[in-house]
Design a protein around this ligand. Sequence first.
Ligand SMILES: C[S@@+](CC[C@H](N)C(=O)[O-])C[C@H]1O[C@@H](n2cnc3c(N)ncnc32)[C@H](O)[C@@H]1O
Length: 272
Amino acid sequence: MTATANGTGSSNIWQLFKERRTRDAIYGAPTYWDSRASARRGMARSLWPSNVFNALWDARQRRLLERALGDVTGRRIVDVGSGTGRVTRWLAEQRGARQVVGLDFSQATVDAARHESSALVSSGLVRFEQADVVAGLDAIGVGAFDDAVVLGCFSVACADRAALERAMGNVARLVRKGGRVLLLEPIHRSPLLRRVLPLGLEEWIASANAAGLALQSADRMGFVPVRLLFSVRDLPRPLVSLAFGAGERLLDAAPWLSPLSDYKLLVFTRTA
Ligand SMILES: C[S@@+](CC[C@H](N)C(=O)[O-])C[C@H]1O[C@@H](n2cnc3c(N)ncnc32)[C@H](O)[C@@H]1O
């Protein structure tokens, strides 16, 4: 993948569309995320091609996480599929977590996260490890965490229900009994919008239940029409900001528009 002027690596619709057609084969392979770590810049390594869009997406996700998790001061948190560490760093630096461990199966992405977080890593507040959520995470520490957060990882890491159940069980085991698992993932069967996993919300919740997780709260975000228009290439920030804000406000005001939001936030408690 070649870097483009804005460093995003895939700034035209056609390239993104081609990626879409082969996504089932590529998104689940660490080599794909390794190549993104070098071909793109900033948050585009783990998120959308446009970093103008990513700044708004990141802020919106942080507001949702803040509302869902509340005060995390002093808690040990594991960030599964942490990418280049934007959420790991935020939890440690701005939310007062005691320790945050970021896990990702792409070594180049882990290296980038360590590089970007060098002060936090040196202080011991943050650690990044290479680990595969489907293969198993017990080596990281069974029951060692108060909370686990998983953003946009299961939907690319898991190809089917069996893999989702394995991943769910692996993450649940990292969290102590009474601890929480928060998922913020694109969840739907739509052939156009889904990442790799073609499962609906009920199947996600059933897989979590099978792993001893009970649903506590749910929310959603990501007004799809705005994302399709603005996430691919960098357009003027005031324009993107206006459209993004309007789309997300519309979702908040009109629950019946839920089918137009693909990202679901689910918070579970480990009961077993
Ligand atoms: C869409 S990115 C999201 C990154 C980050 N959570 C964020 O929201 O900024 C998905 C990440 O999941 C990682 N990933 C995919 N499959 C994985 C697996 N089986 N085990 C661990 N990480 C995986 C990828 O390497 C990538 O960094």
